[in-house]
Every structure is written in structure tokens, then in C-alpha cells.
Write a protein that binds this ligand. Structure first.
Ligand code: AMP
Ligand code: FE
Ligand code: FE
Ligand code: ZN
Length: 282
């Protein structure tokens, strides 16, 4: 088996439609996938409700941005789709459009006019602006768009609407979803600073750590694996695929380093059942 539990589609800031992503992921040999778009499960819903063509084992998922620390992302995994979760996501998704307009306005004020068909996007994000800037020749690549304009603290950056870990972790659990810390190495906190944070999040109900992610070096993977064991957390992994050739990974790319994939996925499957059964419908 080959699992990839972190993928993006055109439902957020990926470039492949959910269906095209499914085919691409299959072509890479992935047998278990989770679509974890930013702030939306519209793509997950499309795949979940349309399973007649061959599908890898499919886990509905989502990736939420947290307000506690810049770049702190939380993944949520469920056994089934949750209406309760969808209604909160609808709000987050809607606020993305306002934020995009404000970022485009700021660029405009700098003399950079970026044409973006917002009405054709589902949950737009900074990569949509960055890709268009590359296409218009304003920058040479997406990295430059982020370093010069769109990155945190850069002139066109506008913060998005975010939940806090204190809100999101218990909320996901109440929806029957498993909260997992995404790409911890991207936080750029040394391990001795990360561990107390992790402990506090575990106290809130955090259940897993994304140990296998392209941003986690082999050294980080070892550190995170021992942290996960110390705090009895689920271990997950994924490529964070958005588009080929960008700064993220290709579907299934964590297969080489994720040696305990089978056991970890088994534990995840058991936890998906347990947490789903304990969800609160009110
Ligand atoms: P947003 O959700 O709109 O804040 O955009 C965040 C997304 O931007 C991330 O999920 C990445 O896909 C992308 N991103 C963030 N930083 C960079 C970067 N330096 N280069 C390329 N993509 C980036
Ligand atoms: Fe993204
Ligand atoms: Fe992320
Ligand atoms: Zn992601």
C-alpha cells in the first residue's frame, strides 16, 4: 500500500481538478489518499459522492490555517463528510474572497495589475495570485511572488480569517474529525520549543503529527517520530501536492521514507472509526 494523506486540488490552491488529481494520484501508485484542500471539502465531497470509477481508499480531509503562529496548519481527517464541519468551512471560504480582493487592491496600488477571475475559483489563495503574476511576467517564479509581494509581512500580504488551535482542535473532534499537526518543520521552531507547544496542543485534543512531509528533513522526521511516540500520537504523511514542479511534493513521494506506513495507517483507520462514533451532532 502507498498512502498520501495531504493533497490539494482546484477546490483550493491546487492545479488539478479533484477527478484529475484522483487519476494522477492513481498513476503514481497511491492506494490511499486524502484530499486536504485549504478551508474547503468541496473537492472531497465531489470524490466521495462519485466513487464508481476506481478510487484509492479515500479519507475526507481538510487543512485549516491557525491564528496562534504564522504558518501553523491543522489537518482534519474524518470517516465521512460532516455537515457541521462544512457549515464552518463555508464561512472561512467566503472570507477568502474578501482577502483576495484586498491583496489584489494592494498590488494595484503598487502599479501591478493582476487579472484574476475570482468568480471561477472555489477557495482562492495566494498561489492563485502568484501563478497569475508568473503568467503576466511580473515575476519569474512563484517563489519570487511570495518573497517580494505575497509572503507574510510583504507589501501585498493580507492575513486570512483563521481559527485558533483552542477553537479548532475541539471543534474538529466534535465533528468526528481527527486533528493532526501539519508540516511541523515549516514552523521553524527548534525541537525544544516545538515540544512544549505540542504538549499544550495534545492537552487540547490534538491526535496526530504529520511526520512525513517534504518540508520535514530526515533529521526532523526522526525528531518528530520520537515526539509522536512520547505523546502517543498518530503518525501521518503526505506530499502536500499542489502542482508538479513547485515547492511541494509529488503524490506518493513520502513512500520512500515512511517505513511504518502500514502500521500508522492501520492506527489512523481505527482512530477514524472511534472519533467518528464519538462525534457530537448538536
Ligand atoms: P493562503 O492559504 O492563501 O495563505 O496561501 C498559502 C499557500 O501558499 C500554501 O498552502 C502554499 O500552497 C503557498 N505558499 C506559501 N508560501 C509559499 C512560497 N514561499 N512559495 C510558493 N508557495 C507558497
Ligand atoms: Fe496550499
Ligand atoms: Fe499547509
Ligand atoms: Zn497543504
Amino acid at each position: 500500500m502507498l498512502a498520501d494523506l495531504h493533497l490539494h486540488s482546484t477546490a483550493s490552491d491546487g492545479v488539478l481538478s479533484p477527478t484529475a488529481l484522483k487519476s494522477y494520484v492513481l498513476s503514481k501508485g497511491v492506494t490511499m489518499m486524502s484530499l486536504t484542500d485549504h478551508d474547503t471539502m468541496d473537492g472531497a465531497m465531489e470524490l466521495y459522492c462519485n466513487q464508481e470509477s476506481p478510487l484509492p481508499t479515500f479519507v475526507p480531509g481538510v487543512e485549516l490555517s491557525m491564528s496562534n503562529i504564522h504558518g501553523l496548519h491543522l489537518l482534519g481527517y474524518g470517516l465521512r463528510l460532516s455537515d457541521k464541519l462544512q457549515s464552518v468551512l463555508a464561512d472561512l471560504k467566503a472570507s477568502r474572497f474578501q482577502r483576495m480582493k484586498e491583496m489584489l487592491r494592494r498590488l494595484d496600488q503598487m502599479g501591478i495589475h493582476v487579472e484574476l477571475p475570482l468568480d471561477q475559483l472555489n477557495a482562492p489563495g495566494r498561489p492563485h495570485i502568484a501563478r497569475e503574476m508568473v503568467r503576466q511576467g511580473v515575476v519569474t517564479d512563484m517563489k519570487e511572488a511570495f518573497t517580494r509581494f505575497l509572503g507574510h509581512g510583504r507589501p501585498a500580504y493580507v492575513p486570512g480569517k483563521k481559527m485558533s488551535m483552542e477553537e479548532a482542535v475541539p471543534f474538529l473532534l466534535s465533528c468526528g474529525y481527527i486533528p493532526v499537526l501539519a508540516h511541523p518543520a515549516l514552523l521553524k521552531h527548534p525541537p525544544e520549543e516545538l515540544e512544549p507547544l505540542l504538549r499544550s496542543w495534545v492537552a487540547m485534543g490534538l491526535m496526530g503529527v504529520e511526520v512525513y512531509h517534504p518540508a520535514n528533513s530526515p533529521e526532523w522526521q526522526t525528531i518528530l517520530l520520537s515526539m509522536a511516540r512520547r505523546h502517543q500520537l498518530l503518525v501521518t504523511g503526505g506530499s502536500d501536492f499542489h502542482q508538479s514542479g513547485d515547492s511541494h511534493g509529488e503524490p506518493g513521494c513520502m513512500g520512500g521514507s515512511w517505513r511504518t506506513m502500514m502500521q500508522d495507517v492501520d492506527h489512523l483507520k481505527q482512530a477514524l472509526e472511534t472519533v467518528w462514533q464519538s462525534r457530537k451532532t448538536a
